[in-house]
Design a binder for this molecule. Structure first.
Ligand code: TLP
Length: 345
C-alpha cells in the first residue's frame, strides 16, 4: 500500500547524499571543539543566516530552551505568543528549568503579535514585577497556518523591543520555508533579532539537529547552557555532515513543497464538507463543516490511515497536513482521492 505521511515534515528521512556524507564524515570530540564537521556546519549556518556564530543542538526544543536560558536570568520574564510552539509544546521548559516567567499575549491569525500588545506587556521597573527581558517570535508560525512573518514586521517589532531594552529570540524552526515563500534572503528575515534557532530535521530532511545563531558572546553563553542541559555531544560530526547537505542542497527546493500544499488545499476545497485554511508554506490545516459530513474527525483520521494517508488530528477538529521532500505530486492526488472516498463513503 502507498503510504503518504503528512503528519509533519519531521518524518523526513535523510537523502542518499546525506547518508553518504554521514558515512564519510571526519569527526572529533565536539565538547573539546575538535569535531571538524560540526565546526564547518556551525560556520556555514552562521554565514547563511548572517550572524557571527552558531551552535549545533540536538533539537528545536533544546535550541529554544538554550536561547531562553542564555538571554534570561531566573525570575526574568519573556513575552511570547499564546499560540507559539515554545509556549504550547515545549513543556514550559523555560519555567520548569530556567525559572523564566512566560508572559503570553495573543497571536493574530497570521502568527504576528500586535505591537500595542507587546508595548503593554513590557513591565515598568518596579519591585513588584519580574524584569521583562525577552520577546519571542516564531517564523513560520506552526499553529497559525504555517504563516511567514514578513521582513518589515520583524524589523518593526524588534526595533520596538530593543528600544525598551529587551532582546529578541526567533523560533525559526522553518525559517527557510519563510524565506522561500517571501522570496527574500533568509538573512533579511533574521537580521533584526538577537538569536534565531532553525531546524535541519524538518523540511530540510536531516535526521537530527538544529542550530542556534547569534553574536559571538551570545553563542559562548549558549555553549555553556547547552552543556548544563546535557547537550554537549561528542563525535557529532556524523550528524552535522547531514546538516551540511541540508543547508547546501535542500533549502531552495522548499518551493516544491509549498506548491504541493497549495494543490492539496485546492483539491480538498472541492470536496463537499471540507474547509481549508490559508496556505503560504508547507503547512495546511483543514476541517469538516456542513450537512454533507457524517463522520467524526477521529473516523476521518482512521479512515485515511487505512488508506495509507497519515494526517494529524488536532484541537477543535482541525486536521494538519504537512508536505515535504518525500511527498510527490502523485501522492497529493492520491490523498485528495482518499479524503473524498473516506468522507463520501
Ligand atoms: N514541531 C513539531 C511538533 O512538536 C508538533 C511539528 O511536527 O510541527 N518550533 C516549532 C515552530 C516547531 O514546529 C517545532 C516542532 C519545534 C520548535 C521543536 O522542534 P523539535 O521537535 O526538533 O524539538
Amino acid at each position: 500500500m502507498r503510504i503518504v505521511d503528512l503528519r509533519s515534515d519531521t518524518v523526513t528521512r535523510p537523502t542518499t547524499a546525506m547518508r553518504e556524507a554521514m558515512y564519510r564524515a571526519e569527526v572529533g570530540d565536539d565538547v573539546f571543539g575538535e569535531d571538524p564537521t560540526v565546526n564547518r556546519l556551525e560556520e556555514l549556518a552562521a554565514e547563511r543566516l548572517g550572524k557571527e556564530a552558531a551552535l549545533f543542538v540536538a533539537s528545536g526544543t533544546m535550541g529554544n530552551l538554550v536561547a531562553l536560558l542564555t538571554h534570561c536570568e531566573r525570575g526574568d520574564e519573556a513575552i511570547i505568543g499564546d499560540r507559539s510552539h515554545i509556549y504550547l509544546f515545549e513543556q514550559g521548559g523555560m519555567a520548569a528549568l530556567g525559572g523564566i516567567v512566560p508572559h503570553p499575549i495573543p497571536n493574530q491569525p497570521d502568527g504576528t503579535l500586535q505591537p500595542e500588545d507587546i508595548e503593554q506587556a513590557i513591565r515598568e521597573d518596579n519591585v513588584h514585577f519580574p524584569r521583562t527581558r525577552l520577546l519571542c517570535l516564531e517564523n513560520t508560525h506552526n499553529i497559525c497556518d504555517g504563516m511567514p512573518l514578513p521582513v518589515e514586521y520583524t524589523r518593526q517589532v524588534a526595533h520596538l523591543a530593543h528600544k525598551r531594552g529587551l532582546r529578541v529570540h526567533l523560533d525559526g524552526a522553518r525559517i527557510f520555508n519563510a524565506a522561500v515563500a517571501l522570496r527574500v534572503d533568509v538573512r533579511e528575515l533574521v537580521k533584526d533579532v538577537d538569536s534565531v534557532m532553525f531546524c535541519l530535521s524538518k523540511g530540510l530532511c536531516a535526521p537530527v539537529g538544529s542550530l542556534l545563531c547569534g553574536d559571538r558572546a551570545f553563542i559562548a553563553g549558549a555553549r555553556r547552557a547547552r552543556k548544563v542541559v546535557g547537550g554537549g555531544m561528542r563525535q557529532a560530526g556524523v550528524l552535522a555532515a547531514a546538516g551540511i547537505v541540508a543547508l547546501e542542497q535542500m533549502t531552495e527546493r522548499l518551493e516544491e513543497d509549498h506548491a504541493r500544499a497549495r494543490r492539496l488545499a485546492e483539491g480538498l476545497a472541492d470536496i463537499p464538507g471540507v474547509r481549508v485554511g490559508p496556505v503560504a508554506t508547507n503547512i495546511l490545516y483543514f476541517w469538516l463543516d456542513g450537512p454533507a459530513v457524517n463522520k467524526t474527525p477521529e473516523e476521518v483520521v482512521t479512515g485515511l490511515a487505512q488508506r495509507g494517508v497519515l494526517v494529524l488530528g488536532r484541537e477543535l477538529g482541525r486536521f494538519r497536513a504537512v508536505t515535504h521532500y518525500w511527498v510527490s505530486d502523485e501522492d497529493i492526488e492520491y490523498v485528495i482521492a482518499a479524503v473524498r472516498e473516506v468522507l463520501l463513503s
